[in-house]
Design a binder for this molecule. Structure first.
Ligand code: WT7
Length: 645
């Protein structure tokens, strides 16, 4: 059985890692037996203006629901990521920036330089009237200013809300309005894989639908000509007249740090809220343990700062730990399939952390582009975002890592702030495709549909029974939705939305979402969101969206569309609908397959039977199950006959 194939901890890792197997077990036990003492001790990783005297204070029960950590502590995130390192490592490189175009020169910022840039940026924000608690929307490409902007917000206590540059003006407008943000930080254009992304133009289009928006700070990144309106301010001009001295705002541990929108199974995206002390502690704790970070190592998380992975493992975790973090502007496979490994050689990267989808797309190009590079500096490999298939795992391990580097497969979510289930490189024997074991302080539980707890080797729905410092605190503006979404399916537990199997060795194998959330190239997409976008089209009467297997993206988007009477299906219309969804949400939501269907399978009470639609999209037409309860069973024959493959 695949489960039996173990990749033991390499001897050198076992001998030299900060945490070995015994150490992991001791930590796990300590976190369980006296959580307050354990977490107050861990909190010493951070520099506090006032050290906390309480650790977790939380309840997942309806009667006294609430979550807080270190609630009497006072600190500033930017001071933790910058100021406290200045004495010891002011001249050490904090950020290496690798441009999209390989012929261009990389940029490097030492901790002292980064500190100055962040203070400058913070003063620009202050000069525009931004105050503690205000929401600032950040819509930027992967340029150094993105790091400055996040940290500048943190420094003055403003709450940042980063919106991925691939989202459309409509999606951006919705996110600006939802958190009532008055200021957006953007750039003239972004660059990725040799292509331009018209960020400023998108902000202009969003502004028309976002009445809360008052000011736009524009960074000159590409130098493209962009029209400037009354509300627009060039960053480089505003930065000329401000000082580079900006004292960090003392923040309560439970003051909000950021909002990050993510898709759920229903409705519009939720603003996941993370707070100051617990989030930063989780970022620091997990970056240190999971990646065994040592001074001098170059750490490269290849995620965009528009996702939580970019927040936690490009910016906050590494900088809190005084690391050298690499920020990459481009794509893993541009200009060719060797690029990632060329960047590894160029900057002597020690740890690379990327998504299975990127690995699968590179694996398709064969081993030669990898073998054309040295990768001698590479000692640790990480993955995140979706289950990794064992083939991709072995390719990563054997070809990229030449068998010497452990792979840390990190399972977590926007909601969790950082990794929860994953190996420690010096402690955990690996099994390809398994996220292995919970970190110290994490208590996973598998339950069946009725909430009965499953023990031992079992498959079920993954819950977490106790809070951890990095847990989200609320949905922005809708605390009731927070409770309803995560704590009512299985009362008293946090329900992750993931299915999971635990094997006889206690290893966890995430099997994917059990709700109506898709994972497309490691990005979350709600089926309801894509459906809402489709039905906005004047020719569409009804739409149902499900996932389909996709060899690179993991999951693709399969849309069943019923047209208004009188409209005719065509390839042109399918292309138009794809374009429509790109415009409404963004390219990542564009359906991979569109099937025009005269009718959808519904129960007599009018509920769409998604189970059947999923099976058809997956090509499993032989096992559709019982269709007799449908109002009109004959629609299924049409769906099967006209399946798009
Ligand atoms: C969902 C969360 C984790 C940050 C990036 C994505 C899936 C994530 C893994 C993994 C299997 C994974 C889950 C989870 N997922 N990591 N290592 N193995 N599945 O964050 O957009 O909030 O998505 O991604 O289904 O629920 P996100």
């Amino acid at each position: 059985m695949a489960d039996q194939q173990l990749y033991p901890v390499p001897a050198q890792w076992a001998a030299e890692a900060k945490v070995d197997q015994t150490g992991y077990e001791a930590m796990y036990a300590a976190a369980g037996s006296d959580p307050d003492a354990f977490w107050l001790d861990q909190a010493k990783r951070l520099q506090w203006v006032r050290a906390p005297t309480v650790a977790g204070d939380w309840s997942f029960d309806e009667a006294d629901f609430g979550i807080s950590w270190f609630k009497d502590g006072v600190l500033n995130v930017a001071a933790n990521c910058l100021d406290r390192h200045l004495a010891e490592r002011g001249d050490q490189v904090a950020i290496i920036w690798e441009p999209d175009v390989p012929e261009e020169e990389p940029k490097r910022f030492t901790y002292a330089e980064l500190h100055r840039e962040v203070c400058r940026f913070a003063n620009v924000l202050k000069a525009q009237g931004v105050r503690k608690g205000d929401r600032v929307t950040i819509y930027l490409p992967m340029i150094p200013e993105a790091a400055f902007a996040l940290l500048a917000c943190a420094r003055i206590g403003a709450i940042h809300s980063v919106v991925f540059g691939g989202f459309s003006p409509d999606a951006l407008a919705g996110r600006i309005e939802d958190c009532d943000s008055k200021l957006v930080i953007t750039a003239d254009c972004g660059r990725r894989g040799g292509k331009r992304i018209a960020l400023k133009a998108n902000v202009d289009a969003a502004a028309a639908q976002a009445p809360s928006l008052e000011k736009v700070i524009v960074i000159k990144a590409t130098g493209d000509d962009v029209p400037m309106h009354d509300r627009d301010i060039w960053y480089h001009q505003a930065a000329e007249s401000v000082s580079t001295d900006c004292p960090p705002e003392p923040m309560n541990a439970e003051d909000p740090l950021f909002i990050l929108y993510t898709s759920g199974s229903t409705g519009k995206p939720k603003g996941v809220l993370h707070t100051t002390g617990g989030y930063l502690l989780w970022a620091s704790y997990t970056h240190d343990l999971v990646f065994d970070y040592r001074p001098g190592n170059v750490f490269w998380c290849a995620a965009d700062v528009g996702w939580v992975t970019g927040h936690t493992y490009v910016i906050y975790g590494p900088l809190a730990n005084g690391a050298t973090t690499l920020m990459y502007e481009g794509l893993p496979n541009w200009p060719d399939a060797s690029r990632i490994w060329q960047v590894v050689d160029r900057h002597q990267v020690h740890t690379v952390f990327t998504a299975p989808t990127a690995l699968r797309s590179l694996m398709k190009e064969g081993d030669a582009p990898v073998k054309a590079t040295s990768r001698v500096s590479l000692k640790l490999l990480g993955t995140v975002g979706e289950p990794i298939n064992p083939e991709a795992w072995r390719w990563y391990h054997d070809v990229v890592g030449e068998g010497r580097s452990p792979i840390v497969d990190t399972w977590w979510q926007t909601e969790t702030g950082g990794a929860l289930i994953c190996p420690l490189p010096g402690a955990t024997d690996l099994k390809p495709g398994s996220a292995t074991k919970p970190l110290p302080g994490i208590y996973p539980q598998l339950v069946d549909e009725n909430g009965a707890v499953l023990e031992g080797a079992a498959s079920g729905n993954l819950c977490i029974t106790a809070s951890w410092p990095g847990q989200m605190r609320t949905v922005w503006g809708d605390h009731e939705r927070f409770f309803q979404t995560y704590f009512t399916t299985y009362p008293g537990k946090y329900f992750t939305g993931d299915g999971c199997r635990r094997d006889e060795d206690g290893y966890y194998w995430i099997t994917g979402r059990v709700d109506d959330v898709l994972n497309v190239s490691g990005h979350r997409m709600g089926t309801a969101e894509v459906e809402s976008a489709l039905v906005l089209h004047p020719k569409v009467a009804e739409a149902a969206v499900v996932g389909m297997p996709h060899d690179v993206k993991g999951q693709g988007i399969y849309a069943y569309v019923t047209l208004n009477s009188g409209e005719t299906a065509s390839d042109d219309l399918a292309a138009e609908l794809r374009q429509w969804v790109r415009k409404e949400i963004g390219p990542i939501a564009s359906p991979d397959a569109i099937q025009f269907a005269p009718g959808l399978p519904k129960t007599r009470s009018g509920k769409i039977m998604r189970r059947i639609l999923r099976k058809i999209a997956e090509g499993e037409v032989e096992s559709l199950g019982d269709t007799s309860t449908l109002a009109d069973p004959s629609v299924v024959d049409d769906l099967v006959a006209n399946r798009v493959s």
